[in-house]
Design a protein around this ligand. Structure first.
Ligand code: ATP
Ligand code: MG
Length: 292
């Protein structure tokens, strides 16, 4: 009898301990927090060096930075996709809804409502637009999806017109709509968008950003928006982080970042006098100046 009671007590302590470890104290309203995370690829290539950021529920947070800064790596650390590239979080903590999720399998993370739209917009080329959208329901297979489809067509009317077309024949703008629509079919609570504007014509970029803003407002979806188009990103984001060489080097509410002289010069292509600088000037400035 004493033996069983001892075992029961040990089990109770274990359950309590695990419970205590999983629940992390977070400020109210914070959905996701990265605490000082480091990421290493193939056990030797360190890319993120102590990144910390937090994302408030229902906000759009933009993550800006030049090529190779570590933006995509940050998103993959959150979604668990690092694993597919032999990368891992070696230090720090990623906390989502008060629970640690770092290095969890991507399917577990997806089921908790974190959906990443990868850069480069890869559809299933030999499926139609409508079939591609249905793939987005994979996490809740067998459940009704017709209403979701109507919602997607409401946000992205061109997809409705072309719903029977093979995705391989879509334009860049239509593809961006398709991959975002596919992600919405999974009912995301936290949507990770990686460079949605890349390579698109200015009018299409404007349309895509308006839709991102609508999704955030109407669906209450929290969004992390990785962009090189700082002007557009800061227009719709509540808060922004600037990343350089695997570290966050600046952060602030979008309105402040837009007025920051370094951001103006470095990312918005404006001199301190307000003149637009030529791309060449900005590039050479970029080479000289580091944020660190
Ligand atoms: N699978 C990988 N293995 C090794 N190194 C990688 C891997 N993926 C990315 N890197 C390196 O990590 C660094 C950051 O890459 P990442 O793709 O996160 O940057 P980024 O900010 O998204 O850049 P871009 O704006 O060009 O998309 C780069 O130096 C890149 O070469
Ligand atoms: Mg990237």
């Amino acid at each position: 009898m004493a033996h069983y009671s001892f075992q029961f007590q040990t089990l109770a302590i274990l359950v309590l301990r695990v419970g205590v470890r999983q629940e992390v104290v977070m400020k109210d309203g914070i959905l996701l927090q990265l605490n000082n995370i480091s990421v290493v690829y193939s056990d030797v290539i360190q890319v993120l060096k102590g990144v910390s950021l937090s994302v408030e529920e229902k906000h759009i947070v933009s993550l800006l930075g030049s090529n190779g800064a570590g933006k995509t790596t940050t998103l993959k650390a959150i979604s668990g996709l690092l694993k597919t590239e032999n990368g891992k979080v070696t230090d720090g903590d990623i906390v989502y809804r008060k629970k640690s999720i770092q290095n969890s399998p991507p399917e577990t993370i997806t089921r908790q409502g974190i959906i990443q739209v990868l850069e480069g917009r890869q559809p299933f080329k030999y499926l139609t637009i409508e079939e591609n959208l249905r793939v987005g329901t994979a996490t809740r297979w067998g459940k009704p999806y017709k209403k979701d489809m109507e919602l997607i067509y409401d946000y992205f009317p061109p997809l409705k017109e072309r719903r029977k077309t093979l995705a391989g024949y879509c334009s860049g703008g239509e593809l961006q709509m398709l991959v975002m629509g596919r992600a919405l079919m999974a009912h995301p609570q936290l949507l990770l968008l990686d460079e949605p504007s890349l390579g698109l014509a200015p009018l299409v970029v404007m349309e895509i950003f308006q839709i991102i803003e609508r999704i955030n407002k109407e669906q209450g979806t929290t969004i992390i928006l990785v962009e090189q188009n700082a002007r557009m990103a800061l227009q719709i984001a509540d808060y922004g982080y600037i990343m350089e060489n695997g570290k966050i080097v600046m952060e602030g509410v979008s309105a402040d970042l837009k007025e920051n002289p370094d951001i103006k010069e470095f990312y918005l292509g404006m001199g301190t006098s307000g003149d637009a600088k030529s791309y060449r000037d900005v590039k050479s400035y970029k080479r000289r100046k580091r944020w660190l």
